[in-house]
Design a protein around this ligand. Structure first.
Ligand code: GLN
Length: 280
């Protein structure tokens, strides 16, 4: 069977299964199969696909049909300007989170030698994107998940950042190491009883540990705000991702813990997403 026919079959299968992007998904999974760029696929549609490759491709398509996210199938995801390795049990970086990166660059425009702490560092996408562009910043990433820490190290290596970043497996409650100029965090913030309403690709495959914010969605945010007020330098900046409906509670929480709210920024979908505050 040639590439074109295999793609056509796959698109039909995904389309019938209710996929929102059957063409794109099929092409990405074909490029994973052939370990080549999408452009190569599109220029070589008439090439024959060996049986072994075809079987591999069909297996990827059937996993996608069951809802497995593309990033888990290709084991990578673009975030900001870089490509991150992504594995099972690691939250897939979201475009919404790039709002935090933009704000951090605005805050640190003329700054040098800052020490950054990322709480709940996940794949490392936030911290490493910042360090990649700010050549004299240093960072520490903390996560409760051992898998995250190990993946962060791999991603740091891939981006050539190992000499400016360290990662530690800790529950943030037990972490007390130094003082920071900038703290960033994208914590789990979905209310426990709302998890089931997330898209099936998300709730069926992504780690609940990275999503579940407890009964009121604020359990982890509370811990992180409290701890950050201890770990941050005076006048240090705290940049936190929140859910669209948490603006008021998080603002109160921060103010009670000695932070001044600079701004609350919306993501591209116009949802409140990022709180920028300063320790006073
Ligand atoms: N924004 C993510 C989602 O809705 C949740 C990420 C998080 O809890 N930090 O899937």
């Amino acid at each position: 069977m040639n590439i074109e026919k295999a793609l056509k079959n796959a698109k039909a299968i995904l389309e019938n299964g209710g996929s929102k992007s059957p063409c794109l998904d099929s092409e990405i999974l074909m490029s994973k199969t052939l370990e080549s760029k999408r452009e190569y696929i599109l220029l070589n549609l008439k090439k024959n696909l060996e049986k072994k490759k075809l079987n591999y491709f069909e297996d990827l398509i059937s996993q996608r049909l069951k809802g497995k996210p593309i990033a888990y199938l290709t084991e990578k995801k673009e975030f900001w300007k870089y490509e991150f390795i992504i594995k099972k049990n690691i939250l897939i970086p979201r475009p919404d989170t790039e709002t935090l990166i933009e704000e951090v660059f605005k805050l640190t425009k003329n700054k040098s030698n800052l020490r950054i702490l990322d709480i709940g560092v996940g794949s490392g996408c936030i911290l490493l994107s910042i360090l990649k562009e700010k050549k004299n910043f240093h960072g520490i990433g903390v996560d409760i998940s051992k898998k995250c820490i190990s993946l962060c190290k791999t991603n740091a290596q891939k981006l050539g950042l190992t000499n400016r970043v360290k990662f530690f497996q800790y529950d943030i409650d037990n972490f007390s190491n130094g003082k920071y100029d900038l703290i960033i965090s994208n914590p789990p913030y979905i209310k426990k009883h709302c998890l089931k309403y997330l898209e099936k690709d998300v709730i069926g495959f992504e780690p609940k540990l990275a999503l579940n914010g407890g009964l009121d969605g604020l359990s982890e945010i509370r811990k992180i705000v409290l701890k950050s007020s201890e770990l941050i330098k005076k006048k240090g900046k705290f940049v936190l991702e929140i859910n669209f409906d948490q603006r008021k509670e998080v603002k109160n929480l921060l103010e009670r813990n000695g932070f001044y709210i600079n701004k609350i920024v919306q993501d591209l979908a116009k949802n409140d997403r990022c709180v920028v505050s300063t320790k006073i």
